[in-house]
Design a protein. Structure first.
Ligand code: HEC
Length: 122
């Protein structure tokens, strides 16, 4: 299920730049929904991110909760060449001690890594 994004209105950490990217994510999610062959599901990853990651990280421009600006946002991660779908998946399987280990399943990890990577600007 893909929920329509609302018009960007939040000015969280990276508010200005996130607007356009958020719309691109919505487009990506739509195209993902139309191609069931995709292994990992960015839309599902976004839902997981909003549920489990948004208490600490900025994970989406339409997220209802404000976060700590000192933590890397998912947009920062997507732009960082060191974070690929693969390195994100590895990290999430055994996270940094500063971050709680949430015992994510492989499927959840794949979807989250896919979602975060999808936030990267082209
Ligand atoms: C309780 C707060 C909290 C939650 C919830 C949380 N994180 Fe984190 N996350 C952190 C902290 C703290 C760090 C370490 C930041 C640092 O090292 O400067 C971190 C770091 C990361 C990093 C490494 C970023 C980098 O550039 O070093 C990734 C990737 C990440 N988190 C993804 C996630 C994902 C995906 C979720 C949801 C499944 C999540 N986090 C949920 C607190 C949290």
């Amino acid at each position: 299920m893909v929920r329509q994004q609302e018009a960007p209105q939040s000015f969280l950490a990276k508010g200005h730049r996130v607007g356009l990217q958020g719309m691109m994510v919505a487009v990506l999610c739509l195209s993902g929904a139309l191609s069931p062959a995709l292994a990992a599901d960015a839309a599902a990853g976004k839902a997981l991110a909003l549920q489990w990651c948004s208490a600490c990280h900025l994970v989406a421009e339409d997220q209802p909760m404000a976060t700590s600006v000192s933590l890397p946002s998912f947009y920062d991660m997507a732009k960082d060449p060191d974070w690929t779908e693969a390195t994100l998946a590895t990290f999430l399987a055994d996270p940094h001690p500063k971050m709680p280990n949430m015992s994510l399943g492989n499927r959840e990890i794949a979807n989250l890594a896919k979602y975060i990577s999808s936030l990267a600007p082209e």
